[in-house]
Design a protein around this ligand. Structure first.
Ligand code: NAD
Ligand code: GLY
Length: 350
């Protein structure tokens, strides 16, 4: 097991390795005095992994309540979130009890938000079971649900007490779901670590999965440690996300987050190159990376469709929005655009 420590408003460990689900109870017992928890998961992950996690918690002396919601981004919404809060209340969880978010980013974001809201905040543990959640969403404390107007529009910053990433769980991930995690991994290399990008372009991600997750977590932890609430540097983690979120919304959330981010990175880089924010050759490097992992590089939507979806993005601040451009591979900057600038950026992206 390897451990990375996140030092934000709270410090917490991110444990990474194989076989960790069975050790979850023992690990969690070290960070809480409570002996009652609610495990929140989706129906797919419930079938695969709820039993070993609940057993491990029970063996460590915890009383466990299990709640499962239907899997998928389409269910990352108010009704599902409300169901989680009602479940916690019905089972009389108290302020000192805690939530265990077991699953992908949809579960982690929603269960984390439920933990932030229930009784004005209870503790929670992230147990990510997708490559994307392990490498990105389980770390950093952003929790959210989608609203009809757009993605992640209601949420809270709420740091977990611990993250337990059992990389053996990735063995049951469909190839496309694994590729979703590759997209955020490429993002980390492209914005922050050229050597990591070069490894991803030549090395074998599967055989070195623990090290790859660890590097992702180190990169994210460094950013979050400096700018937890996204006033500055954390915005760089949104590379590809303004247009990526627009693609997700235009598709009615049938295009997954990682796939949309891959296309969003290509589109943003095409616009950045054309408008002079990124040097020539950057688009080629981003496109080649996505192609290597069979991630999509073309967008089925028009510029007006993307622009309309992007103006609802939560990254908009009054009349302006920050987009991220690569200065070189491994280094990124934000570019502030007004709404006309965003329209021009979207047109240049296609
Ligand atoms: P997801 O949670 O929907 O999981 C993808 C699918 O895989 C689901 O159907 C799930 O049931 C299934 N699954 C999960 N683990 C499995 C396993 N081990 N084996 C087989 N199937 C498994 O999606 P995701 O890609 O994990 O996360 C995407 C979400 O994360 C988006 O909502 C996105 O907005 C969010 N996100 C949040 C942050 C953050 O910082 N909070 C960062 C990036 C992404
Ligand atoms: N995924 C963007 C962030 O955590 O800030």
């Amino acid at each position: 097991m390897e451990t990375v420590t996140v030092n934000a408003s709270a410090s917490y460990p991110v444990h990474i390795g194989g076989g960790l689900l069975e050790k979850a109870g023992e690990l969690i017992a070290g960070v809480t005095k409570s002996r009652t928890c609610a495990v929140i998961t989706d129906t797919t992950v419930e079938r695969l992994y709820a039993a070993p996690v609940c057993r491990s918690l029970q063996d460590a002396g915890f009383r466990v309540y299990l709640h499962a919601f239907p899997a998928g981004e389409q269910n990352k919404r108010l009704g599902t979130f409300g169901g989680m809060l009602e479940f916690l209340a019905e089972n009389r969880l108290t302020r000192s009890d805690f939530v265990v978010a077991l699953g992908g980013g949809v579960t982690g974001d929603m269960a984390g938000f439920a933990a932030a809201a229930y009784q004005r905040g209870v503790g929670y543990i992230q147990i990510p079971t997708t490559f994307l959640a392990a490498s990105d969403s389980s770390v950093g404390g952003k929790t959210a649900i989608d609203l009809s107007a757009g993605k992640n529009l209601a949420g809270a910053f709420h740091q977990p007490k611990m993250v337990i990433c059992d990389t053996d769980t990735f063995k049951t991930l469909p190839e496309d779901a694994f590729a979703d995690g590759v997209a955020e991994t490429l993002k980390h290399g492209l914005i922050a670590d050229a050597d990591f990008y070069r490894f991803l372009m030549t090395g074998d991600v599967h055989s070195q999965i623990d090290g790859v997750v660890r590097r992702n977590v180190e990169i994210k932890a460094a950013v979050v440690g400096e700018d937890e609430r996204e006033h500055g540097r954390r915005r760089l983690l949104n590379f590809g996300h303004t247009l990526g979120h627009a693609i997700e919304k235009c598709s009615g959330y049938t295009v997954t987050h990682g796939h949309a981010v891959a296309t969003g990175m290509v589109l943003a880089t095409r616009a950045a190159e054309r408008l002079g924010y990124s040097p020539a050759g950057t688009l080629e490097a981003v496109t080649a990376a996505c192609r290597r992992f069979r991630l999509p590089t073309a967008c089925p939507y028009t510029a007006p469709e993307l622009y309309a979806a992007a103006t609802g993005d939560k990254k908009r601040d009054g009349g302006s929005i920050d987009v991220v451009a690569l200065e070189e591979i491994g280094r990124a900057k934000t570019v502030r655009l007004d709404m006309e600038g965003l329209r021009a950026f979207t047109e240049a992206a296609l």
